[in-house]
Design a protein around this ligand. Structure first.
Ligand code: ADP
Ligand code: MG
Length: 270
């Protein structure tokens, strides 16, 4: 067969479908035409097509991981004003986004701070950065996940449900402190924490420091054990700032030119 022999394009497309090579399917016609015209060696053509398939495959994978992560939209690191949170080092956060040093060890991340301080924004933005770096992340309100795990437990499938979550290198549990032991069986949360200990990472956002976590777990011993496992290998970020929402609202009232960080909030009504 010479370069000018016609090939069955429709059949080739079917074969490429079957092989799940969408990028090559999309590109082969233009690439082969160019290769013929420019006299590329066959190996160069093959390698160019393979490179494109890999690159697009990576992109598609990241898109899939973004969709499965259920991150709240629009919360990026670029949109996070680090100046408003002097306790947080931007360099430290950027190092977390690389992922390797802590996700590989199953270490954890804990974000404390008052409502409106930026915990959810920062946690989601870190999650987004990690996904862009190839990691798999799940963002969930803690109460939602607890409910799902309770259902699984009732169906005697808790262990399987927790194992399924292993595919996520990081689970972000937003608002841990909103879970209370009035919700039956918050011990599922403990089982999740235990199962992932030193294997898979958890990030937690919470309004309350550890001292108040007795409200969350069924008994003090379990609280202690949960806290112990969470903090053993962990980074703790404290966003001890006044509500960003409130500062923004106050700045708007005052008009432009006054940075949020200068707002004196103590005198402002809620
Ligand atoms: P928390 O989870 O601590 O209650 P959020 O992350 O929900 O707080 O922040 C409240 C709102 O303020 C969100 O819209 C968030 O995007 C915004 N926000 C908070 N902190 C910052 C910040 N440092 N830079 C930019 N936006 C912020
Ligand atoms: Mg929040």
């Amino acid at each position: 067969m010479t370069a000018s022999d016609p090939i069955d394009a429709a059949r080739l497309n079917l074969l490429l479908n079957e092989l799940r090579l969408p990028a090559i399917k999309h590109l082969w016609s233009a690439f082969t035409e160019r290769a013929d015209k420019e006299g590329w060696p066959a190996a160069r053509l093959l390698s160019a097509l393979a490179e494109h398939e890999i690159a697009e495959g990576g992109q598609r994978r990241i898109e899939r991981h973004l969709a499965e992560a259920r991150l709240p939209p629009g919360k990026t690191l670029a949109g996070f004003n680090f100046d408003a949170v002097p306790t947080i080092s931007k360099a430290r956060v950027m190092a977390l986004v690389a992922g390797d040093s802590w996700l590989e060890a199953g270490a954890n991340l804990i974000l404390f701070g008052p409502p409106g301080g930026g915990k959810t924004h920062l946690a989601a933005a870190i999650g987004l950065g990690l996904i862009e770096n190839g990691w798999r992340v799940l963002f969930t309100r803690t109460t939602d996940l607890v409910q799902k795990l309770q259902v699984a437990r009732r169906e005697l499938a808790l262990e399987a449900a927790i194992t399924r979550l292993d595919k996520y290198h990081l689970i972000i549990l937003d608002d841990l402190a909103y879970v209370t032991k009035d919700q039956p069986e918050t011990s599922v949360l403990f089982e999740l924490i235990s199962a992932r200990y030193e294997r898979r990472s958890i990030a937690i956002t919470a309004n309350q420091p550890f001292g108040d976590w007795n409200r969350i777990f069924p008994d003090p011993a379990m609280t202690l054990a949960a806290v112990d496992r969470l903090v053993h290998h962990s980074t703790i970020l404290e966003l001890n700032v006044e509500s960003y929402r409130r500062r923004e609202a106050i700045d708007q009232q005052r008009g432009p030119g006054r940075p949020a960080s200068r707002a004196t909030l103590k005198t402002q009504p809620d």
